[in-house]
Design a protein around this ligand. Structure first.
Ligand code: ZN
Ligand code: ZN
Length: 304
């Protein structure tokens, strides 16, 4: 809720006329409580968990011929009922854990200093904070994910997320309730260290989940612009982690590739990439190539 009654009061307080975006924010948020604004995340997460994975399902349904070659594990096809069950499982977790967590975590948001006030942050400030959030999340998530692959962590908690050896978008948030809580910490840490505006926080929550859905989509689409971000892992990178499964000691990072490179936990992935390249080149020279794509199921290899 803003401490100004009119736009005139607000511009007098910040010492200049409001920008168009600030006027929009004033009109929307002036009479709404900070708690209500924070809880918008519940609606955003519901829409992201539903619509983004759905776009991949529609891609498969209506553009199957054009996009099938970009499927990372083309031999694996989930039925409609399996896909629906995954979505309902995620929604159950959403209403029992994710939603209540949002409702209850507001005091921590107030404590770290997420603000709803004017002036709004500049675009450069928003982008800089989002980059910092992604870097902090990636590093912290790497170690927590790695911990979840110890015998106890995997058997008690993380095994649920690995039920999908060929992930789909809906399976991105599919996990044990304890994992949902544990991996909420890396997402919270960035805003806690570098607190920003509520709009930046909304964007962070939405973009982080879109990124997770993209890396679980099962598709390595060539026209996807985010895969060209330096050190970005992407769908193929994380798909390998699911493909190998419980024994995986490779590709723990959630967003970028440098942690796995620095701590040498990408050896299995690199080995398989090299092998696939050799096989492809061998097939080319022997004239046996049948137009197949370079993907995980081309060769049944689960070595780390
Ligand atoms: Zn894992
Ligand atoms: Zn995953």
């Amino acid at each position: 809720m803003l401490p100004y009654k009119t736009i005139g009061d607000a511009s007098a307080a910040i010492g200049r006329p409001l920008t168009a975006a600030e006027t929009l924010w004033f009109n929307y948020s002036a009479t709404k409580s900070d708690y209500f604004l924070y809880c918008h995340n519940i609606l955003f997460l519901f829409l992201v968990f539903t619509l983004f994975p759905l776009s991949y399902i529609l891609l498969e349904l209506f553009f199957h011929k054009k996009t099938h070659k970009f499927k990372i594990q083309p031999k694996v096809n989930l039925s409609f009922s399996q896909t629906l069950r995954c979505y309902f499982d995620v929604m159950r977790m959403f209403f029992l854990v994710v939603g209540p967590l949002q409702l209850l975590s507001f005091p921590s948001i107030k404590m770290i200093g997420i603000r709803t006030s004017l002036p709004l942050p500049s675009l450069a400030e928003i982008v800089a904070q989002l980059v910092i959030y992604f870097v902090i999340e990636d590093y912290t998530n790497y170690w927590m994910h790695r911990f979840l692959h110890c015998k106890w962590g995997y058997e008690k908690i993380h095994r649920v997320h690995h039920e999908y050896t060929a992930p789909i978008g809906f399976a991105a948030p599919y996990a044990h309730w304890a994992e949902v809580l544990i991996l909420g910490i890396p997402s919270f840490l960035g805003p806690a260290i570098v607190p920003g505006h509520m709009i930046t926080f909304w964007l962070w929550i939405v973009l982080r989940q879109i990124e997770a859905i993209e890396t679980h989509s099962g598709y390595d689409l060539p026209w996807n612009p985010i895969k060209y971000i330096p050190f970005y892992g992407g769908a193929e990178y994380h798909d390998y982690h699911h493909y190998v499964g419980g024994q995986s000691q490779s590709n723990f990072a959630s967003v970028f590739t440098y942690c796995d490179y620095i701590y040498e936990t990408d050896k299995g992935y690199r080995y398989q990439k090299r092998l696939l390249k050799q096989l492809k080149e061998g097939a080319k020279t022997s004239g046996l190539q049948n137009g197949g794509s370079q993907n995980m199921s081309t060769v049944d290899l689960k070595s780390d």
